[in-house]
Ligand binder design. Sequence first.
Ligand SMILES: Nc1nc2c(ncn2[C@@H]2O[C@H](COP(=O)(O)OP(=O)(O)OP(=O)(O)O)[C@@H](O)[C@H]2O)c(=O)[nH]1
Ligand SMILES: [Mg+2]
Ligand SMILES: [Zn+2]
Length: 331
Amino acid sequence: MTPTTDTLADLGWTAHFSEQISEEEAQHCHPVRVMAVHRGKIAVAGEGSRDFVSPYIPGAQPTDDHPTVGDWLLFDDAMRHPIRVLQRVNLFKRRSPADPRKDQMIAANVDTVFIVASCNQDFSVARLERYLVLAREVGVQPVVVLTKSDLTDTPETFAAAARAIEPGLLVETVNGRDPADVARLAAWCGPGKTVAFLGSSGVGKSTLVNTLRGSDSIATQAIRAIDGTGRHTTTVREMHRLEQGGWLLDLPGMRELQLSEAASGIAEVFDDFTLVAQECRFSDCSHRVEPGCAIQAAIAAGTLTPERFDRWRRLAAEEKGPVSTGGRRRS
Ligand SMILES: Nc1nc2c(ncn2[C@@H]2O[C@H](COP(=O)(O)OP(=O)(O)OP(=O)(O)O)[C@@H](O)[C@H]2O)c(=O)[nH]1
Ligand SMILES: [Mg+2]
Ligand SMILES: [Zn+2]
């Protein structure tokens, strides 16, 4: 156990969590927040101390919540183990790359998500849309952070492509290694606040965390010259403390973000399509061959683009999950 000066409020504790603990529980338990997830153990922080404990909750059912980074746990003082995960404010998850029938938790109780991408050949609007759908689904304020502005003559083109995804979307373009530049992001950080960093490997998530903290404690690594992709340097999901208060949750870069349960997020990010689709003659219109399809009409008229249409359909199909019954899809 390591002593700290953190109060529960510093750690992000709010009434949402305290209301979940009974008086009886408060006598023999105390709340701790999951700061990092390692193989077989988790780092937790409570009022005035940090510790490593087992994530295992004795007696937990498969359907119960299991601890992920950002979670608040009720920890039994005498038994020295967590007894339950407190109900979350929000939870980021994706379809497990290993088993598409399962979900994989990413992080919980996040205040702001920085969706990080870089101004280079790895930039992809489709990928940004995907992360944005997730943020909207989860209900967390997204900020798109475009890094490596120093490596392009036209950072504005990248920013414009990102802004076109959603009216009013917050987009910041930065050189992640320049403290003055990155200081603009501090507006979303502060005492008790948790900012999570999502994005592909090599986009500069850990670099941003280091620069915001004025430190180089997190390992970073040059991307591959051949295709501009990263080397999956960060492997641990970990919250890092800002000296002025607040937490930066550095996450490993994702190879793929397959969405699960994202219908409302898709509807929100693609609300231009959602709105027009209401005008289709058939309520179950596939927007491909039906007469009276308002989407196809809008594409023909040039008010909606076929590229965004394809991305919308792809996400919607993926969200429904692996096809378990029925015939083969026509190609
Ligand atoms: N020139 C420049 N290089 C950057 C910038 N941001 C990050 N880099 C470099 O890009 C490389 C990858 O950065 P990381 O911070 O390791 O990327 P990451 O997103 O944490 O990657 P994973 O941990 O693999 O997910 C490093 O060599 C960084 O120095 C930037 O804004 N400008
Ligand atoms: Mg990293
Ligand atoms: Zn239609």
